[in-house]
Design a protein around this ligand. Sequence first.
Ligand SMILES: C[S@@+](CC[C@H](N)C(=O)[O-])C[C@H]1O[C@@H](n2cnc3c(N)ncnc32)[C@H](O)[C@@H]1O
Length: 208
Amino acid sequence: MVASLVRPGKKLVDIGTDHAYIPAFLVENHIIPSAIASDVRVGPLANARKTIASYGLEDKIEAILSNGLTSIPQDETDFCIAGMGGELIASILEASPWVKVKDNHFVLQPQTHPEDLRAFLFSNGYEIVKEDVVKDKRHLYLAMEVLYTGNIKDFSETDKYVGELKNSKSIYKNDYLKYIVKRLEVQLAATHREDLKVLINAINEYID
Ligand SMILES: C[S@@+](CC[C@H](N)C(=O)[O-])C[C@H]1O[C@@H](n2cnc3c(N)ncnc32)[C@H](O)[C@@H]1O
């Protein structure tokens, strides 16, 4: 799914690459010409180097040890940050404001708290172009295609929880929104907060 949201033909920086499966797949299949595979930890970066070598892609994928975007060359334009919590993805973007260049492109795949990531994106000039959900075994995965536009967006609680899923054609959109509603219902049962009731009703409007 991440692969379907990257810009074909563009060099990609994959942050938190672990085994470098994403850049290796994209380069091996000629979807992108080259990539940087980056991780904050030595172990995952060693895994990445192994994958890169096993495909013979050492001349096309550079492995860089980096905390978020801090050691990435600042002329890069296309980024993937997948498989981390929404808050961590937001904090990685926030720590490197140099990525805020008009039309820079991001594929973000938050494992948890997508609402926090959306709130950060709306408040900081990033526009969510598209969101998709896929299912792998029993897990649902959400991915976002994002552009930096510089436009700050006013947003509601519903926007935070639904985002561009409202326009998604994914067959798993309903399942994903039901899972979000279930999480909120647990909070509602514990707190009886009226605003949560309103939010749950609003999200339910987007479930077909
Ligand atoms: C669950 S793996 C995700 C691997 C791959 N991106 C994927 O989606 O399949 C998360 C990776 O993010 C790395 N990571 C966590 N915090 C990071 C940070 N601040 N900067 C770079 N990498 C980070 C971890 O070391 C780990 O290898």
